[in-house]
Design a protein around this ligand. Structure first.
Ligand code: FUB
Ligand code: ZN
Length: 658
């Protein structure tokens, strides 16, 4: 029954082990279109952009295959965009024999391997300039690009047995291990990435020097290795302007970290590498540091969408509770990095709180980064817009489009896990998985309309009757969850993995109900942008109000604590979404204009009733530029029932769902 299951290496300190991507098939529902036609057209679109922007030409130029040098001036890390795109293609090909995708992948690999220098060096910005090699680790991204090459090569090696890029990546990894280390050069990359890539290469090959090299790079951090040469005035000034060692996450040894700081993608990628190192070594000090950093991040610095990085300048984390909405940086790559780090924390602990953050980031920090048709992208993901902000087909700094593509393409690999005790369901999605346990083979099928609806039917089909556990994730957001098995009803509370242990016969059915009633969510009062406001959450989705759907500018809309929220399936809206019809109020801004300030006693009461419409945040800005808010003022935020009447809020307080 189980077909083509490739063995995945078991990290010795993992509680949960990933399953091979090709053993999981997304069969229907929400993700089917995203992972099918949208992703496929995104891959072709991005390939075109990589060509038009000269990123592939750069490999042609250094290998001597192109006569003309690339006309676009590029950033040193642009090779990584090609590699991330290849990685996405690798995951895509794991489940589809798409000859056209395979064809362009082969051509691009050809250009890359032809550009590699004889000793393994591969970085087009410094090609054949040995004096520049490894000189400016702070800014040059050589090791960062190497990391992305390694990850792409592993993805293609695993999915289609690709060998040429894989050999090139081994050659480069060997050059790196010969160059850096206790007996070689001391140093770290200004942008973490190589750490997790080398550990994955160790998992793929079993070659321990790759693990040792990753450990070396983790240990070297925080020793001040990244200070630019003081003679180099330009880079020294840039280094200071960006925030010095903190920006590069080089401010302290990793084991002493207590909060999340610096450039968001750098910090989160480093955490991925550190958690990977824990998964292989079990060093408690690493995990303790990651736990401290995670708490600081989730309790004080993460957006309600799961996005990361609040400082527009330097793309970095701010201080505790510094979470502006319109000026949010919230780079799509940082959403991807957040997902990737929490995945590793989940593997290390088996705790559902990490899967909750993965899910939050997936729907609300990563998915907004790509348009419904896959051809437009957000780099920054503001939580409010006064208009004029729209997705772009590409960017000069184009890290985000291929990053969102590789995450979507790899999504099937994140839905399930296995452990000594059994099978884990991390994310709900119509899918089927053929899984191999120590002494059983089992097929799991999920049928669901999630996230629109919280009912999930799980079919468990062991090849022969066997005893194992089924771990079901009960999300922290769900209130009143029910799990029905063998006529028995359980009422678990999340965040939690409910372990159902029994002897399974084929087929057995488990029914999960996670109520997705819309709820208003408030934030800590120190997040000053959100004071006396609420956002709407329905299941894993955060909602927003966009001007195109509303009778007034969404910034003039006010809710009441118990506003009616009626969920309606709208098949023709934004590819099909559950929208929320809200009983709301409009501010009479005419009284204010043209004044900026007004005596509070003259400030208009929000008494004009309107019907507002909220849509899932991921889908905003798909109908042209618009104004948008996630956080909406709540008129009776600080008052209780009695006062509500005095405020004139007579809404019929009915929560409604599908
Ligand atoms: O430095 C490489 C990438 O460019 C980073 O990950 C992004 O934040 C962008 O700055
Ligand atoms: Zn990016």
């Amino acid at each position: 029954m189980v077909t083509r299951v490739v063995e995945v290496s078991r990290s010795p300190f993992a509680i949960v082990v990933p399953v091979p991507i090709e053993s999981v098939l997304v069969t229907a529902g929400f993700w089917r279109r995203w992972l099918g036609e949208t992703l496929r057209s995104a891959l072709f679109h991005q390939h075109r952009m990589l060509e038009e922007s000269d990123r592939i030409n750069r490999f042609r130029w250094v290998s001597g295959r192109a006569r003309e040098p690339p006309s676009h001036s590029l950033a040193p890390f642009d090779d990584s965009d090609v590699y991330k795109w290849l990685e996405a293609c690798g995951y895509f090909l794991a489940r589809s024999n798409d000859a056209e995708v395979r064809g362009i992948v082969e051509c691009v690999i050809d250009e890359i391997v032809s550009a590699q220098e004889p000793d393994g060096y591969l970085f087009t910005a410094h090609h054949r300039q040995p004096s520049k090699r490894w000189r400016n680790l702070t800014f040059d991204h050589e090791l960062y690009c190497a990391g992305h090459l390694i990850q792409a090569a592993i993805a293609l090696h695993r999915s289609v047995g690709e060998d040429r890029l894989f050999s090139a990546s081994l050659k480069l990894a060997d050059l790196i291990t010969r160059t850096f280390g206790p007996e070689g050069m001391a140093g770290v990359c200004g942008h973490p990435e190589i750490e997790m890539a080398l550990i994955e290469l160790y998992r793929e090959t079993g070659v321990e020097r790759y693990l040792r090299e990753a450990a070396f790079f983790v240990d070297e951090r925080g020793k001040g290795r990244l200070k630019p040469d003081p003679e180099d005035r330009l880079n020294s000034t840039l280094y200071q302007l960006l925030g010095g060692p903190e920006y590069f996450v080089d401010h302290a040894p990793v084991r002493e970290f207590s909060e999340i700081t610096g450039h968001a993608v750098r910090a989160l990628y480093l955490n991925c590498g550190v958690t990977d190192l824990y998964l292989e070594t079990g060093e408690e000090a690493l995990m303790a540091a990651m736990e401290r950093v995670w708490r600081n991040f989730v309790e004080r610095k993460m957006y309600v969408t799961g996005a990361a990085g609040s400082r527009y300048i330097s793309e970095s984390f701010g201080t505790d509770y510094e979470l502006p909405n319109e000026r949010a940086y919230a780079e799509t790559c940082a959403g991807v990095a957040n997902f990737m780090w929490n995945w590793r924390m989940l593997l290390a602990t088996g705790e559902a709180r990490f899967a909750d953050i993965m899910e939050l980031a997936l729907y609300n920090a990563i998915l907004p980064g790509i348009s419904l048709d896959g051809s437009r992208y957000f780099y920054m993901n503001p939580l409010e817009s006064s208009g004029g902000y729209s997705r772009e087909p590409w960017f000069r700094c184009a890290c985000c489009p291929p990053n969102v593509a590789r995450l979507l393409a790899s999504l099937p690999g994140y839905l399930y896990g296995v452990s000594d005790r059994g099978v884990w369901i991390h994310l709900y999605c119509s899918s089927s998985a053929s899984l191999v346990l120590d002494d059983a083979e089992v097929k799991i099928t999920q049928e669901t309309d999630y996230p629109w609806n919280g009912s999930v039917k799980v079919l468990v089909e062991p090849e022969q009757p066997s005893t194992f556990s089924l771990f079901l994730r009960i999300p922290g957001w769900s209130v009143g969850s029910r799990v029905k098995i063998d006529g028995r009803m359980l009422a678990p509370r999340g965040p939690y993995y409910l372990e159902v242990r029994r002897r399974w016969h084929s087929p057995s059915v488990v029914k999960i109900t996670l109520p997705v009633k819309p709820r208003l969510v408030a934030s800590h009062p120190y997040v000053r942008d959100n004071l006396s406001k609420a956002t709407i959450r329905r299941g894993p989705l955060i909602y927003c109000l966009e001007s195109i759907d509303n009778p007034v500018d969404p910034r003039e809309i006010v809710l009441a604590r118990r506003a009616t929220m009626v969920a309606r399936w709208k098949r023709d809206l934004l590819g099909g979404v559950v929208a929320l019809e809200l009983g709301a109020y409009a501010l009479d801004t005419g009284v204010l204009s043209p004044r900026l300030y007004i005596d509070l006693e003259k400030y208009p009461h929000a008494r004009r009733r309107i019907r507002a419409l909220a849509i899932p945040y991921y889908a905003w800005a798909n109908r042209g530029p618009s104004k948008m808010v996630i956080w909406v003022p709540v008129a009776d935020f600080f008052t209780s029932g009695g006062n509500r009447r005095r405020l004139g809020l007579k809404e019929s307080h009915r929560d409604a769902s599908l």
